[in-house]
Each structure stands twice: as structure tokens, then as C-alpha cells.
Design a protein. Structure first.
Length: 126
């Protein structure tokens, strides 16, 4: 049963915006809007805690995949302070997608992210 609310969808929108913001200063503001101060991100390749590390981790991913953006796919599924959703990393030039996966986000009472657990369904070279 999908109980996704506007709090869940708003958190996902801010999260994806942070991952797609190229300018470092604007990305820092996007991260602060999306994550709590001590928020975390963990996937099989990356661990980050706090805004500074999150900004750096996102910047490193962008450097590895220039010209790509994250897009939410499917319908998010949320309840209580949790929401999960699928995503693709998509080339803005040709629509190719070398990576895809899903994330599970835990939210604070203010709607900002306290933790993200990321999982890959597809990676380049894997």
C-alpha cells in the first residue's frame, strides 16, 4: 500500500535537485535544503555525513558523469518518515542511462533527510 505524501515527494524533489545542481555554491544550498545538518548518504561506493561531505560526494559523481542528470522513475512509495524510489542516471545529450538504482530515505520532522541508503540495479562496467 503506497501512502506517499507531499512531504515524501517534496523531499525527493529537493534530493534530486541537489544531485543535479552543477554550481558548487548552489549545490551547497540545495544540499542544506534537502538534508539535515548531520544527514548521511551511503551506497556501495560512497559514504558521506554532513553537508560538506555530501556536497563533495555529489560533486565527485558529477565529475565522473559530466552531462548526466538523475531522473526519478516509477512511483515513490512512502510511509511514516520513510520513502523509497527508483532513479536513472540519464545523458542529457542522447538519453542513454549507464546507471540505475533505488534509494530509501529517512526524513526528519522538518521534512529534510536524515539518511539515504542507495542501491544500484545497474552500473557501468558491472
Amino acid at each position: 500500500m503506497n501512502l506517499t505524501t507531499s512531504i515524501h515527494t517534496g523531499a525527493i524533489e529537493r534530493y534530486i535537485a541537489a544531485w543535479n545542481t552543477r554550481d558548487a555554491e548552489a549545490r551547497a544550498k540545495a544540499v542544506a535544503a534537502a538534508w539535515a545538518e548531520d544527514g548521511t548518504y551511503t551506497d556501495p561506493l560512497t559514504e558521506a555525513r554532513g553537508h560538506e561531505q555530501l556536497v563533495a560526494a555529489i560533486g565527485a559523481t558529477q565529475a565522473q558523469f559530466p552531462g548526466y542528470e538523475f531522473k526519478v522513475t516509477g512511483e515513490p512509495d512512502g510511509h511514516h518518515d520513510l520513502v523509497r524510489f527508483t532513479w536513472d542516471l540519464v545523458s542529457v545529450a542522447d538519453g542513454s542511462s549507464p546507471a540505475a538504482g533505488f534509494d530509501v530515505i529517512t526524513l526528519a520532522e522538518d521534512g529534510r533527510i536524515t539518511s539515504v541508503a542507495g542501491f544500484f540495479d545497474r552500473l557501468p562496467g558491472a
